[in-house]
Design a protein around this ligand. Structure first.
Ligand SMILES: Nc1ncnc2c1ncn2[C@@H]1O[C@H](COP(=O)(O)OP(=O)(O)OP(=O)(O)O)[C@@H](O)[C@H]1O
Ligand SMILES: [Mg+2]
Length: 227
């Protein structure tokens, strides 16, 4: 699925440079789950952006199914992203003026899915995350855990190969966090997704099949003895 070699990212801010990634080598197979942890500022979100074709590295190779994302034009990157990759963020990132179903539908618009099909697929996706009764609720009318479920439905409605989650339980209380993690684990297992999860949560990190730590732009990976 992914083959990264020598990936660097340097952000330029005026006269200062920030080396957010300093030569990442990483292989992620189809259907893998990888948990990434590490101190704040270590480069976790930057790495997810590279994996998610949201941005290109400064140097290095990011092969995704044999295509080097680092070399693609903006338009081709957008196409790869909209067809293959689902994102979930800590802050849910729902559109406040759209109801749950309309929020989920937005993921299908760039793919040219017809409105009636969009509505049906969005409703089915919300059903699959346990929100079949909440289609017409606005984000402000939903709890944090429910809003994250809407975001998960939005990420998965296009049936992506890859699910990228950046601290998806960071804004949730403990009980809700466990519910959302159980949902994500189930979806990963049932759908054969490749699942890459950034988390500060040591409980989640402890039971990860494969755990990577990103410190000051440098990655170390530990394979679990249990897999
Ligand atoms: N757009 C940007 N422009 C300039 N510097 C940036 C930009 N995005 C990130 N950085 C810098 O790159 C480094 C890595 O940031 P990143 O957001 O990837 O860290 P992180 O591991 O996700 O941290 P956190 O755990 O706080 O979310 C930081 O020093 C940050 O200030
Ligand atoms: Mg981050």
């Amino acid at each position: 699925m992914y083959q990264l070699s020598g990936v660097t990212k340097r952000y330029r801010r005026g006269k200062t440079n920030v080396d957010a990634l300093r030569g990442i080598d990483l292989t992620i197979a189809d259907g893998d789950q990888l948990v990434i942890q590490g101190p704040t500022g270590g480069g976790k979100s930057t790495l997810l952006q590279m994996l998610g074709a949201l941005d290109r590295p400064t140097s290095g190779v990011i092969e995704f199914d044999g295509t080097d994302l680092a070399k693609l034009s903006e338009a081709r990157l957008t196409k790869v992203r909209s067809e293959n990759i689902g994102f979930i963020f800590q802050s849910f990132n729902l559109i406040p003026t759209l109801n749950a179903q309309e929020n989920v539908e937005t993921a299908l618009v760039p793919m040219g899915v017809r409105p009636a099909d969009r509505r049906a697929r969005a409703a089915a996706a919300l059903e699959s995350v346990g929100l079949g009764e909440r289609l017409t609720h606005l984000p402000s009318e939903l709890s944090g855990g429910q809003q994250q479920r809407v975001a998960i439905a939005r990420a998965l409605v296009k049936e992506p190969k890859v699910l990228l989650a950046d601290e998806p339980t960071g804004n949730l209380d403990e009980g809700t966090r466990d519910d959302i993690m159980a949902l994500l684990e189930g979806l990963w297992r049932d759908r054969g997704l490749t699942f890459i999860l950034v988390t500060h949560d040591s409980t989640i990190a402890k039971r990860a099949p494969r755990l990577a730590t990103l410190r000051k732009g440098t990655l170390t990976v530990r394979e679990s003895s249990r897999t």
